[in-house]
Design a protein around this ligand. Sequence first.
Ligand code: P6P
Length: 337
Amino acid sequence: MAQNSHQTLGEFIIDNQEDFIYSTGELSRLLSSIKLATKIVNYKVNKAGLVNILGEYGNENVQGEKQQKLDVFANETFIETLSQREVVCGIASEENEDFIEIKNNRNLVNSKYVVLIDPLDGSSNIDVNVSVGTIFSIYRRVSEPGTPVTLEDFLQPGNKQVAAGYVVYGTSTMLVYTTGNGVNGFTLNPGIGTFYLSHPNLRIPEDGKIYSVNEGNYVKFPQGVKNFIKYCQADEGDRPYTSRYIGSLCSDFHRNMLKGGIYIYPSGTNNPQGKLRLLYECNPMALLAEQAGGKASDGHQRILDIEPTELHQRVPFFCGSKNLVEKAEEFLADNPE
Ligand code: P6P
């Protein structure tokens, strides 16, 4: 298919995912709707300080977290744009307790894909002008076309994802995603509203010298995690490592993807299963990590092999450079809880 005259290389690559196994162009249309929503949210994020969109929306989401206005806007924007392309039959969002069924314009639930999304991750950073992100995960439905979408369509292990990605609304806005053949990063040119392929074939260095964890929870961590953190801090060999923690998974993950490092959100007495949600935070990031040569586990087992049981279930999360994740797993194995 020839590149349209108005398309940039980045647009052309996104819109023509030749590497997708059974793409009939529907996945390309789905990714295109994510691009559109990203541009709209990006505009609002960059204006957050200027218009009355800061502050709390006054409601709480299913996580019991106070919804920021931008959370609500981002959630509505992604749901609206995903619903319009007639390629998605269901959406599950961090911001909604239940999944949403999407009918096409003939009032049928015929579309092939379901999407799980954290529309605005790290939203507590909005009012302090720290970068936030979007995380998405895409599956083929397992229920029959034309029948109602079911919870089973969403409770699939991460190894069944057909695509996954994140957006960082940072110093520049980047869309990073995989369709199962490596990871590509696209940078938005806000002047003309197109994405350019700025980071082709991203790879996570096998080793890294950055660890990202909220050390304020140190006393609550399992002993193996405490021992790993002390290992990172020891004045031996190529250590101490650098501690970097932004409080926004997309930003911490993105930096570690580019420079090498490990992101950890472990279990702790205040969070028995950790804080991050398996389906729309850990699974998409785990697929990206593995596609880029990294690793992602709950400290013991591969994230992508976990069989989900609940839409908003949480798991401990260790993700990034392969050798750092494996070192953390060694410390956990030496100190079973
Ligand atoms: P804490 C944001 O709410 C988030 O889900 C991730 O983006 C971030 O890494 C983490 O939680 C921050 O959590 O408990 O360290 O503030």
